[in-house]
Design a protein around this ligand. Structure first.
Ligand code: PEP
Ligand code: MN
Length: 339
């Protein structure tokens, strides 16, 4: 249920309503608006009718049901678009976030060169996987904590915040110690145990859509993180699986206007994992910004031919710099600021 407070409601009235929600067995999530406060009361759907009693309390304007199954992720609960900021990099509303870096952390030299190059090109977040979800157990699985340390060194050298993937709850404390943004990969989009634990870290989290996840399922997964109290969730579309084999996946750009109509959460597009070949990355990056994406995640490697993972889809630094230059007029045309 959504409890809409009156514009003149006092802090004490709000407090009393929050207490009552808890007494009724629901979890209150307050959204502080410019004009009025709104509370999302989340819990057992079957007995939500009992929340109607809140309408009799001082300071309450109305109590209305949330129609969508994803509650906190939905625009019904929060009309203002969510903005997420981390170490000076912002995503949401009119600010684009450009995340770039190699698929995986491979060596000190590779990471520092990549971080320096993407920073010079204009990216404002550095990516790199230390724990890699590989199709084959015999493929390179990532450097683990040594890789996280190298990412931290890259952050020290460039000032760029870092994003890196966590594969399972066992590694979460370790990853959260180093990461500025936690990445949940496509394969873990419905790992509900992981989603809940990441929700408890309160760290900005980028949640990738799975390769066979509907938009509704995607938002339900975001809801798992939000419902733990973590509201710094960024959605990321990275291509879905279709019959087409000319590209690694099919980039569902229509998810941008769809998600924007349903949710207030910012949306990042990852064209690299979507197309799987560097040739197509620039065009899809431009298209994503034109369609209203709030950010991009692009794989960049100083020497793609030598990459241990996803070299074929990684841009060389000079091509990446060119892509960002090409994006500037498109961003301006759609009212977004480049970082
Ligand atoms: C990645 O970002 O390197 C990655 C593994 O992506 P995805 O989860 O989208 O496959
Ligand atoms: Mn990759």
């Amino acid at each position: 249920m959504i409890i809409v407070m009156e514009a003149e409601a006092t802090a004490e009235e709000l407090e009393k309503v929050l207490e009552k929600i808890e007494a009724l067995g629901y979890k209150p999530h307050v959204m502080h608006g410019v004009e009025r406060n709104v509370i999302g009361a989340i819990g057992d759907e079957r007995h939500k009718g009992k929340l109607q009693v809140l309408e009799t309390m001082a300071g309450v304007e109305s109590v209305v049901p949330i129609l969508q199954p994803y509650k906190l992720a939905s625009l019904e609960v929060r009309k203002e678009r969510t903005e997420v900021s981390v170490r000076g990099a912002t995503i949401g509303r009119d600010t684009l976030m450009i995340i770039a870096g190699p698929c995986s952390v491979e060596s000190e030299d590779q990471v520092l060169r990549a971080a320096q190059a993407v920073k010079e090109a204009g990216a404002n977040v550095f990516r790199g996987g230390a724990f890699k979800p590989r199709t084959s157990p015999y493929s390179f699985q990532g450097m683990g904590e040594d890789g996280l340390k190298l990412l931290a060194a890259a952050r020290d050298a460039t000032g760029l915040p870092i994003i890196t993937e966590v594969l399972n709850p066992r590694d979460l404390d370790l990853v959260a110690k180093y990461a500025d943004i936690i990445q949940i990969g496509a394969r873990n989009v419905q790992n509900f145990a992981l989603l809940k634990e990441v929700g408890q870290t309160m760290k900005p989290t980028l949640l990738k859509r799975g390769m066979a996840t509907t938009i509704k399922e995607f938002l339900m997964s975001a809801e798992y993180i939000l419902s733990e109290g973590n509201d710094a969730v960024i959605l990321c579309e990275r291509g879905i699986r279709t019959f087409e084999t000319a590209t690694r996946n099919t980039l569902d750009l229509s998810c941008i206007p769809v998600l924007q109509r349903l949710s207030h959460l910012p949306i990042v597009i990852d064209p690299s994992h979507a197309v799987g070949t560097w040739h197509y990355v620039p065009a899809m990056a431009r298209a994503a910004v034109a369609a209203g994406a709030d950010g991009l995640m692009i794989e960049v490697h100083p020497m793609p031919a030598e990459a241990l993972c996803d070299g074929a889809q990684s841009l060389k630094p000079d091509r990446f710099a060119q892509v960002l230059q090409e994006l500037a007029p498109i961003a301006e045309a759609v009212g977004k600021k480049m970082p």
